[in-house]
Design a protein around this ligand. Structure first.
Ligand code: EPU
Length: 337
């Protein structure tokens, strides 16, 4: 375990932003994590997972601890289900493929989401009609101050749309070290209700889809819409889809009758931010090296040497324009550092 000074984080954030960590250390065991936290108790610390959901707008004047804990295993099983545990530093997509290879069902709709397993509970990642809360059992986390381990059950995580306790009451207090999911061994609940998946499977002439077929369809859709961070820096959806009151929606809808929406409850609807941003004229636009992706307006991209500040400025311009044109506030999903 070596601590490096003035360390470039360019390779450690999927936006590919050049920013420096005052100090950097990668930990690959729980014991090392404990030691680092104990030995550097008084220093400011910054916990870094896969770097797939953050925008670095400045150098980090702290000890950056990169969670590189590896390992995945089957913990137990019964006739119908299997409990699998993954350490926090495993790459999410590789973990999903490993479950599918063993015919374990439940994660296939979330194929190809960038990032590591340990950060998936923080924002309850989701795609194509599935969220991790649907299969999540619990996660273990280390208290940053006391180094005590705590298990958070699903109920204790307070999951919501891109939300959890780790963004609120437990923020900056814990480091998630492993996550347990309960997956199906047979009678898989294949969920192809999301329009794009049905269309993709029809295109591939698949009639009775397997887990692998669903995963492949999701991969094909994502590759057609979302840029690969290895080729074009990005952080997935930069904004959340706004949830607004029915009254507010009706006002906006009267002016823009073609505005799509999804009913959330009797009183609330969700509007696709990608639609709002596209209609506000931003899709595919480029401002220096910062831009808005041509196939999915929710995704901001770094064409090479954009700074975090430049991308942040574009995001603020988008928020202000969408608010002015539609009266709807859109909130960043990505953590701005
Ligand atoms: N739309 C547009 N223009 C765009 C993008 C979207 O008009 O440029 C409209 C279309 O009407 C489309 C609707 O938005 O029918 C929904 O689009 P899409 O199916 O692409 O989904 P999304 O709501 O834009 C969300 C997630 C994605 C996830 C997809 C699929 C959020 C913030 N984003 O996007 O998650 O992959 O659904 O489930 O909820 C991520 O979080 O990084 C991410 C990519």
């Amino acid at each position: 375990m070596t601590i490096q000074n003035n360390f470039s984080l360019k390779k450690y954030n999927t936006f590919g932003i050049e920013a420096k960590a005052k100090q950097f250390v990668a930990v690959n065991s729980i014991d090392d994590l404990k030691t680092v936290l104990q030995e550097h108790q008084s220093k400011p610390k910054f916990i870094l997972g896969g770097g797939s959901n953050m925008l670095l707008t400045k150098d980090i004047q702290a000890l950056v601890i990169h969670i590189d804990l590896k390992g995945k295993k089957v913990l137990k099983e019964d006739d119908d289900f299997v409990w699998v545990e993954s350490m926090a530093g495993e790459n999410w997509h590789e973990f999903v493929l490993w479950t599918i290879d063993q015919n374990f069902g439940g994660l296939e709709n979330m194929s190809l989401i960038p990032g590591n397993v340990g950060t998936t509970p923080v924002q309850n990642i989701g795609a194509y009609g599935t969220e991790i809360k649907d299969t999540f059992v619990s996660c273990d986390a280390m208290n940053i101050v006391t180094q005590e381990m705590k298990t958070f059950t699903k109920d204790e995580c307070h999951f919501g749309y891109r939300e959890s306790i780790f963004k609120h009451e437990a923020k900056d207090q814990f480091i998630i070290t492993s996550v347990i999911f309960r997956l199906t061994k047979h009678n898989h609940k294949i969920n192809i209700s999301y329009g794009d998946i049905t269309k993709e499977l029809e295109k591939q002439n698949v009639i009775t889809p397997t887990l692998k077929d669903v995963s492949n369809a999701v991969i094909a859709i994502r590759q057609s819409k979302l840029p690969d961070p290895k080729e074009l820096g990005n952080s997935g959806s930069f904004f959340k889809n706004p949830i607004i009151s029915k009254e507010q929606y009706e006002k906006a809808h009267a002016l823009h009758p073609e505005m799509p929406y999804y009913v959330i409850s009797d009183t609330e609807v969700k509007v696709p931010a990608g639609w709002l941003i596209e209609r506000a004229g931003f899709k595919g636009k480029r401002f220096g090296d910062a831009g808005i992706h041509k196939n999915q307006a929710l995704v901001l991209v770094n064409y090479g040497n954009a700074t975090g500040q430049e991308i942040l400025a574009v995001s603020k311009d988008i928020q202000a324009t969408v608010l002015k044109e539609f009266g709807i506030a859109i909130e960043a999903e990505v953590n701005v550092i």
